[in-house]
Write a protein that binds this ligand. Sequence first.
Ligand code: NAD
Length: 373
Amino acid sequence: MKIAILKERRDGETRVAATPDTVKKLIGAGHEIRIEKGAGANASLPDPLFEAAGAKLGTLAATLKGADAVFAVRTPDDATLEKLPKGCLLVGLLAPHGNKDRAKALAAAGINALAMEFTPRITRAQAMDALSSQSNLAGYRAVIEASQIYRRAFPMMMTAAGTVAAAKAFVMGAGVAGLQAIATARRLGAVVSATDVRPASKEQVASLGAKFIAVEDEEFKAAETAGGYAKEMSKDYQAKQAELVASHIAKQDIVVTTALIPGRPAPKLITKAMVESMKPGSVIIDIAAAMGGNCELTKPDEIVEHDGVSIAGFTNLPGRLAADASSLYGRNLVNLTPLLVDDDGGLAPHWDDEIITGMALTRDGKVVHETLK
Ligand code: NAD
């Protein structure tokens, strides 16, 4: 099939949905790859590298001409969507949760859309799971960003002039991003603790050498959904959790928050009063900023200073590692591609496969995802 890769037009999006390596793999599997000129510029992937890999480079119009599928990082803007050929398959991080209007618009435009966010959490789909590949990088980058903002060192240092104390880091939400944040903070020498509402995370946190802190009541024991995600906790649980966090957070230097509940606003875990209890110079990196933030004071894409505490609300941390993020995302797409074609390599999504069923937003002019109808 003919696959088009476009330049990402959303504000601040630096990633691209293919790399020379993934282009070679797709061409090797018999596909034709067209890439819009400059698509990889912000990910340190200049056009000649794509050309050398066998892609055809061109304008937006030339790239889209006759395309069977468009592989994107984010949903293309409205002007670009209008140019997609009717019947074309769009695959990307389409921010589908609750976005009924967008789903309707895609259906009306005759675009068959698959949302990478809805990749089922089953073993067979792991290599296609873009939320995991991107969250992992976000967790790493969050700690690197914290280390830049923090005006002290992370590791303990014993010097002739005296001892520098190790930073205390607290990770809230120990999923894919949180576990990588724990590992990164540990590698830098911080003393790390973490919390989550899913019992499965307790052992994972401990195995990375961090201390696990949580309200472990009956509700905690049942907080994980069959899909591996967290449930929204009751008001009663939230109150108990806030009490525990309040006493712990006052002693922390670095806090990385990653807590998310699919399709819901991010739970508010850090209040203004908690921020005010922290020492001046402390840093909060709120990975949940794009979903409203885990801290009351977070502002998207700003570093807010409050009583000497810095609260950073980066909404696209993987985009701050655009080369690696594009490489892993591109491989997620390569791994998905066999489910999009027939034996001859022509466009023929396996609509009855549970992975494609789970990801499908629209098909043949209709919204098909249960949550968006
Ligand atoms: P996520 O990004 O949806 O949420 C991040 C973390 O926040 C989760 O661990 C969640 O439990 C936690 N959280 C939610 N509400 C909270 C609260 N009030 N307080 C504290 N923490 C809270 O989750 P994720 O990182 O995408 O993954 C969650 C789980 O799914 C992980 O265990 C991961 O290993 C698993 N997973 C499985 C597969 C697979 O089997 N294919 C793929 C990816 C992830």
